[in-house]
Design a protein around this ligand. Structure first.
Ligand code: C5P
Length: 215
């Protein structure tokens, strides 16, 4: 089994308001990407990172695509030996080795994908463009989906082999695997596995990382 980490890190990070790409914004004194990279490198045989144009220096760095899943596809193309692919967003610096390993282990139950997720704690409603509520969903069945997401690499390769519009519409890779008929299960993640999107998330991630390094 060759487990390859795939890190999409080619986003612009406009919502964070950093000077450059989000993955290279400083978080707790080092680029955001490095926190995830350290964990994935410990848990995987190799890690390929999709980076923005101009950041391709070094081994296992490939230029990202126009959208997140296009970046995943580019990185996976550079890892033909992968039998298991662990996709993890650079934007989640609090990932743990244990969580990566639990996702990979869950594939052995026969699933094509095993994805980190948190039970939804808010009430979720669907509303129209006019903000009028249409319905309230059954929260007991809902999960907020995160990364890492582990897949059988051959299944992920096939799922990513779709047109640019389908790739752009996918907010995670598991959705593409599901659309291709693959089986996916959720793996409950620790509450700390937050995503850095806005400045408030960066402040929270820094506080949680400080707590971890001081523990
Ligand atoms: O924009 P969002 O926060 O959802 O991006 C999730 C991850 O996908 C980030 O780590 C970002 O760097 C990456 N990404 C990418 N290529 C793109 C867009 C986003 O690798 N074209």
């Amino acid at each position: 089994m060759a487990v390859v980490g795939i890190v999409p890190a080619a986003g612009s990070g406009e919502r964070l308001g950093a000077d450059g790409p989000k993955a290279f914004a400083l978080c707790g004194g080092r680029p955001l990407l490095e926190w995830s990279l350290e964990v994935l490198e410990a848990a995987c045989d190799r890690v390929v990172v999709a980076v923005p144009a101009g950041y391709e220096q070094g081994p296992d760095r490939v230029r990202g695509g126009a959208c997140r899943s296009a970046s995943v596809r580019e990185a996976l193309l550079a890892a033909p030996e992968a039998t298991v692919a662990v996709v993890h967003d650079a934007a989640r610096p609090l990932v743990t080795r244990e969580l990566v390993e639990r996702c990979v282990a869950a594939l052995e139950e026969g699933f094509d994908g095993a994805i980190a997720a948190a039970p939804v704690v808010d009430t979720i409603k669907e509303a129209g463009a006019d903000r009028r509520v249409r319905r309230t969903l059954d929260r007991s069945l809902l999960w907020a989906i995160q990364t890492p997401q582990a897949f059988r690499a051959d299944v992920l390769r096939r799922a990513l082999d779709v047109d640019a519009a389908t790739l752009a519409a996918a907010t995670d890779d598991a959705a593409l695997v599901e659309a291709a008929g693959g089986s996916v299960r959720v793996v409950e993640a620790p509450a700390e596995n937050i995503k850095v999107t806005r400045p408030v998330d960066l402040a929270l991630a820094e506080a949680l990382l400080r707590r971890r390094t001081e523990a």
